[in-house]
Write a protein that binds this ligand. Structure first.
Ligand code: TMP
Length: 211
């Protein structure tokens, strides 16, 4: 089973990825946790370029191609081998992030993005996508206070974007979820962490049962 988590900056998805992984391992499942961009050495190097706040001159198309390149390597090195060995793969962001950030956020052509997503994944799609939804003000405040509390951390390229950009990304995600209600589970990300974890575990349990 291939599960992805999506949402705006500071929505809390990385915490929930870890908690869901722990819960499924306790139940005896083999689980691979990973993330995009990154998840393997070559894609991690591409991630560093993509998130470097000094790269102000990067064009939207370069950005899109780098996400596709990182994804192709990540699928080859990590996601496919884990799925083939029968593990549950939980990925922090995937193809929907490209449609939301580069599509809704940067206004790149959605058809082109879908074409590149297909090329990079060879058509592999998540079985379940959990969209952690919260207002942009809450997400950005959390993301910025986390940076303030982490020694050596600094704002990355996307955290420096305008509120309007993040609103467009959030709306892009909501539109994607509305168009594919079977694959997406919309999760309110404003509540307490343990409560959200329980709700997500219930969604995943139901899906695993249905398989
Ligand atoms: P993270 O902060 O969740 O690790 O994600 C890194 C950033 O990359 C985040 O700001 C969203 C962005 N991103 C895209 O713009 N497009 C993509 O396809 C992916 C996977 C991430």
């Amino acid at each position: 089973m291939f599960i992805t988590f999506e949402g705006i900056e500071g929505c809390g998805k990385s915490t929930q990825v870890k908690l869901l992984g722990e819960e499924l391992r306790l139940r005896g499942y083999g689980v691979t946790l990973t993330r995009e961009p990154g998840g393997c050495p070559i894609a991690d190097k591409i991630r560093a370029i993509l998130l470097d706040a000094d790269n102000t001159a990067m064009t939207p198309l370069t950005e899109l191609l780098l996400y596709a390149a990182a994804r192709s390597q990540h699928l080859h090195d990590k996601v496919r081998p884990a799925l083939e060995s029968g593990e549950i793969v939980i990925c922090d962001r995937f193809t929907d992030a490209t449609l939301a950030y580069q599509g809704a956020g940067r206004s790149l052509d959605q058809a082109l993005i879908r074409q590149l997503n297909d090329l990079a994944t060879c058509g592999l799609a998540p079985d379940l996508t959990i969209l952690m939804d919260c207002p942009v003000e809450i997400g950005l405040e959390r993301a910025l206070s986390r940076i303030g509390a982490t020694q050596g951390a600094k704002e990355e390229r996307f955290e420096l974007e305008s509120l309007q950009f993040h609103e467009a990304v959030r709306n892009g995600y909501l539109l994607l979820a509305g168009n594919e209600p079977k694959r997406f589970a919309l999760q309110d990300a404003t509540g307490p962490i343990p409560q959200i974890a329980e709700q997500i575990a219930a969604i995943v349990t139901a899906r695993l049962g249905a398989r």
